[in-house]
Write a protein that binds this ligand. Structure first.
Ligand code: TA6
Length: 313
């Protein structure tokens, strides 16, 4: 009988980077690196990997890990004066041994609390003091939850504003067989057309070429249906009104050194985000952004599971 592994294990990962492994008794697991506060693995109780991480991902600061769930803070995209998608994913986080109590005490055992505070270097490029607490929870049914709490701890009375995204890379069997439900008829900014604003048509999103859109004021639930695997990812979010959908397709894939030329076929990013309206915090104020991911068997293709029902469920 292999010895029972603990629900939370601190160990070394790729290149000796520190990571925390979360395990549930039924066999599901997750991994989060202290580098970037970066979830790099989420497996179901059959040991199947549900997140995409590039085979060419570089697990070495300062390059962000290509895949999993990069944390984009304090900015999303390259429009600000910081590194594209901010610097939180390029920093070493710490274990938070003394988190302030969560309003809802979690009965889950498989969770870890991480914290990021600005270094003096960071303060030079983004002159604000904050505490960014991230709780990663693996639920008893194998669901994965990320709860971010960002507090303004400025002592100079200054508010600050930021944009944010959980830049989640889902593993899919074949991008041409993937549909995203829940974003129909919404307005979006098209990153491939200078962020011009359009309105989505009434059908589910499908993928036939490079796709990079920021959907605005989106519902709390979005479904990503992998037809071939008969699997639906359900993404639930709180405090995150927008959603980014991205696939680089072939040309952009070739241009990324930490991404395989044909890997675009096996991933899709659907990112719970706050982009259109930056979040502003006065000193002492705290923002919370929650993401919950689950993977359900979808008999969608046989018409039994109406994805709309998944969204209402
Ligand atoms: O989320 C979509 C996006 O903003 C794309 O425009 C592309 O830049 C992608 O993120 C990856 O960005 P990264 O900085 O991680 O290479």
């Amino acid at each position: 009988m292999s010895e029972e592994k603990p629900p939370v294990e601190h160990c070394k990962g790729v290149n000796g980077l520190e990571k925390v492994v979360l395990r549930e008794v039924r066999g599901s697991s997750a991994e989060v690196y202290l580098y970037g506060g970066h979830v790099t693995s989420w497996k179901n109780d059959h040991g199947e990997e549900l997140l995409f991480v590039s085979n060419k991902a570089i697990f070495k600061p300062p390059k962000a890990i290509r895949g999993g769930i990069p944390i984009c803070f304090p900015q999303f995209s390259n429009l600000g004066n910081l590194e594209p998608h901010g610097f939180a994913r390029n920093r070493i986080w710490s274990i938070d041994n003394d988190p302030p109590p969560f309003p809802t005490t979690t009965s889950n055992r498989a969770y870890v609390d991480l914290i990021l505070k600005p270094s003096e270097e960071d303060f030079k490029i983004w002159p604000h003091r904050y505490e960014f607490r991230l709780r990663v929870i693996l639920g008893p049914g194998g669901d994965l939850m990320l709860i971010s709490r960002i507090r303004n701890t400025n002592t100079d009375g200054k508010p600050f504003s930021f944009t944010f995204a959980y830049h989640t890379y889902f593993s899919v069997s074949d991008i041409s067989e993937v549909r995203v439900e829940g974003l129909e008829t919404l307005d979006y900014l098209d990153n491939l057309q200078d962020r011009a604003r359009f309105t989505e048509q009434g059908d589910a999103i499908v993928f036939e070429s490079e796709f990079d859109k920021v959907y605005l004021s989106t519902p709390a639930k979005i479904a990503i249906i992998d037809h071939e695997k008969k699997r639906t990812f359900v993404l639930r979010k709180e405090g995150l009104p927008d959603a980014v959908v991205w696939n680089p397709w072939d040309k952009k894939a070739k241009a990324m050194t930490d991404f395989g030329d044909d890997e675009y076929k096996y991933m899709v990013c659907v990112e719970a985000a706050a982009i259109e309206k930056p979040i502003t915090l006065k000193p002492g104020e705290e923002w919370k952004g929650r993401l919950e991911l689950s993977a359900v068997p979808s008999s969608y293709f046989s018409g039994q599971l109406d994805p709309q029902r998944v969204l209402q469920g």
